[in-house]
Design a protein around this ligand. Structure first.
Ligand code: HEC
Length: 140
């Protein structure tokens, strides 16, 4: 049921987006999560298995619809989206965020943007760490 809801949200995002050029990201270096989220440490060491599990979840849940198959923020639903989805390949942004902050934003969303709360999309909330290990693997 929750997955259907997310697909509906994605469909709305697709309809609302135009063929216009991609809008800019909004202040990617400014934190989106409360500072306390930094204390939430990733218990899953990164490995090829964890990264590929994370990539499967990323696509199954539909994160790639906005963030793109390459995680560069250029998915099919991203055209005209303002602010645009995060470009995970950005090394400066990667360095500015702790894993716990990513978990917080993935679960609770980023107010006033198309990044909605995705906690209910995870059958096992602990799987979010695999998705985070995948996002980390995209750094250029
Ligand atoms: C409907 C489009 C959409 C979908 C689907 C989506 N995102 Fe996002 N995401 C965004 C946008 C837009 C932003 C930028 C928000 C901002 O600027 O505050 C963002 C930002 C982020 C960030 C950056 C937060 C930060 O600290 O800078 C992460 C991490 C993220 N998304 C992960 C995910 C994951 C994982 C999924 C799937 C579970 C997902 N997103 C699904 C649109 C989306």
């Amino acid at each position: 049921m929750t997955k259907k809801f997310a697909m509906a949200a994605l469909a709305v995002a697709l309809v609302m987006s135009s063929a216009a050029a991609m809008a800019a990201e909004k202040d990617p270096m400014v934190p989106r999560a409360p500072a306390a989220a930094k204390a939430d440490k990733n218990p899953v060491a990164s490995s090829a298995d964890s990264v590929s599990t994370g990539e499967e979840l990323f696509q199954e849940i539909g994160c790639n619809g906005c963030h793109g198959d390459a995680g560069d923020g250029n998915g099919p639903a991203a055209a005209g989206m303002d602010p645009s989805p995060r470009n995970f390949t950005n090394a400066a942004w990667q360095g500015a965020r702790a894993d716990g902050e990513l978990r917080h934003t993935i679960f609770h969303g980023s107010n006033g943007t198309a990044m909605i709360a995705n906690e209910a999309m995870f059958d096992d909330p602990a799987d979010v760490w695999h998705v985070i290990n995948y996002i980390r693997s995209l750094k250029k």
